[in-house]
Design a protein around this ligand. Structure first.
Ligand code: AOF
Ligand code: ZN
Length: 369
């Protein structure tokens, strides 16, 4: 009947506007840390009157951005937001107060903010002001997009994304570190975008010594979106002439060493613009990985991309510290003497693990994700 039809249309509209809010929120991914990248859409009589997302550095929050654009049109409107509006006085005033003052009538929020300073109080405050609050639309998508914030708040570590590019025979490189192309240009571009969408990118010292990588985002016009570069370097072997150290003043470089590493080396790197992090030694990578992740979360990192090499990748997998895997497969075999993707661990450790499920698959030229 007519009534059911109207209700169905309203539900479809809610879904569409929330999906737009999610897409807007993702624009900030990788550059709002320590804050989550939130998206907000304001709709009045079926028309979008304001859109906003969390700004670089995490402030302003998404809602005041959308409210500012909507202006007077926000009165009586509905706000779609990908995370519960904050209710605390942090470094910015509570979003709930701005929402109430603007005269918003209904708030549709995807998911509650696990931050103990918010944790349901944002929604409660809005309801107390007479606003209708619906929670849970697209909750799974929002949890995925805000995985970094949730991990950091709940487990005091970043959300860890492991990127692997393997040949059909499971190798990530040729024997003796000889350079070999595993995947093509389309994959490289996607990986650079993934770097931009991450707060930090991590490699082991072995990769630095073998490849001298830059680890920046080199997509046109996106240099400013390069993540913080993190190197696990137990005894501070990173060369002063490496690309990472030479660019430490333009793009942050954090070097994690064991608390036993030589002080003179740390001073030299510090003078070059790198930041030192000290953690206890231990584990397969020579450093205590949970301690490394804890130190990064303390500094505000919510989304960490792990890009190599095989020993570092293997130690994250073995320690069960990988939340998300981007497994690219190239088209050409490398041969039995190549470098195994996960060092001594078989790749089936992840491809056949019950702990992981396929989230999405895609084709990139001759390669697949
Ligand atoms: C929102 N909208 O866009 C974001 C929120 O230090 P502050 O004042 O910036 O507050 C940071 C906290 O606010 C952060 O830990 C998270 O709980 C929430 N982030 N909240 O209403 C936003 N980014
Ligand atoms: Zn807020």
């Amino acid at each position: 009947d007519q009534f059911a039809q109207k209700a169905r249309e309203a539900k479809d509209a809610d879904l569409r506007f929330m999906q737009l809010a999610l897409a807007l929120g993702r624009r900030g991914q990788g550059r709002t840390w320590p804050n989550p990248a939130v998206g907000a859409v304001i709709v009045k009589d079926g028309v979008i009157v304001g859109r906003g997302w969390t700004q670089p550095g995490g402030r302003p929050h998404g809602e005041p951005e959308a409210l500012r654009r909507a202006g007077e049109a926000a009165r009586g409107a509905t706000l779609y937001v990908t995370l519960e509006p904050c209710s605390h006085f942090g470094k910015s005033p509570p979003c709930t107060d701005a929402v109430i003052a603007a005269g918003i009538k209904r708030v549709v929020a995807a998911i509650e903010d696990p931050n103990p300073e918010v944790a349901g109080q944002g929604h409660a405050r809005l309801r107390a002001a007479g606003i209708t609050v619906d929670v849970g639309l697209c909750a799974a998508e929002a949890a995925f997009d805000h995985a970094g914030h949730f991990r950091r708040i709940r487990d005091r570590r970043p959300h860890v994304i492991l990127k692997l590019a393997v040949s059909p025979d499971g190798k990530i490189g040729a024997a003796g570190g000889k350079p070999v192309a595993i995947t093509g240009e389309a994959v490289r571009d996607r990986v650079h975008l993934l770097r931009a969408q991450s707060d930090a990118i991590l490699v082991g010292i072995g990769t630095v010594l073998a490849d001298d990588p830059l680890l920046t985002c080199r997509l046109p016009g996106m240099a400013a979106r390069s993540p913080v570069r993190v190197v696990l370097d137990q005894s501070l072997r990173i060369p002063g002439a490496s690309k990472l150290v030479r660019t430490a003043r333009e793009t942050p470089l954090w070097v994690v060493s064991s608390d036993l590493a030589e002080a003179a080396a740390a001073t030299r790197l510090g003078a070059a613009g790198a930041q030192m992090l000290r953690v206890p030694p231990g584990g397969a990578a020579g450093l205590d990985l949970p301690a490394v992740l804890h130190a990064l979360a303390e500094k505000g990192i919510t989304r960490l991309m792990v890009e190599g090499g095989s020993r570092v990748a293997a130690s994250f997998v073995a320690a069960d510290l990988v939340d998300e895997i981007w497994l690219f497969r190239g088209a050409e075999e490398v041969g039995a003497d190549g470098v195994d993707a996960l060092d001594a661990l078989p790749l089936s450790k992840i491809t056949q693990s019950q702990a992981y499920k396929v989230h999405a698959s895609e084709t990139f030229g001759n390669d697949t994700l």
